[in-house]
Design a protein around this ligand. Structure first.
Ligand SMILES: [Zn+2]
Length: 121
């Protein structure tokens, strides 16, 4: 990434805000709305994963794992009898906030409705 002059960005954002121009935005679907301060915006630009991870109260690694999981379509990791990966999505995948993802991954419950019951038997 090109060099960013944090002070310059801060000044520009302050100028925008002083003139009633909103810089609040959601850059990623982290499940909450927030209003970034000029300092926040610099942190977002410099390392957005680290920034959003902190917003979620997660480690950067966990946050990136969550993003990667969404990218794969939230697929159930179980292996079918045919030896292929289950084609279903994990149960309640629409409720997978970054925090919920980490919680279920750690609990070992990131499976579809069918495999959730069989994975631990
Ligand atoms: Zn499954």
């Amino acid at each position: 990434m090109q060099d960013i002059n944090p002070q310059h960005i801060t000044n520009v954002i302050r100028l925008l805000n002083e003139h009633g121009i909103q810089t609040a935005a959601i850059f990623e679907p982290i499940g909450c709305t927030f209003h970034p301060s000029p300092e926040d915006i610099i942190k977002m630009i410099q390392d957005s994963d680290a920034f959003f991870a902190r917003e979620c109260g997660l480690s950067k690694k966990d946050y990136q794992d969550w993003k990667a999981f969404l990218k794969t379509g939230c697929r159930c990791p179980a292996t079918t009898r045919a030896g292929t990966q289950c084609a279903k999505r994990v149960k309640n995948f629409t409720e997978l906030s970054p925090q919920r993802y980490v919680e279920r991954r750690n609990q070992g419950t990131l499976f579809c409705a069918v495999h959730q019951h069989t994975a631990h038997s």
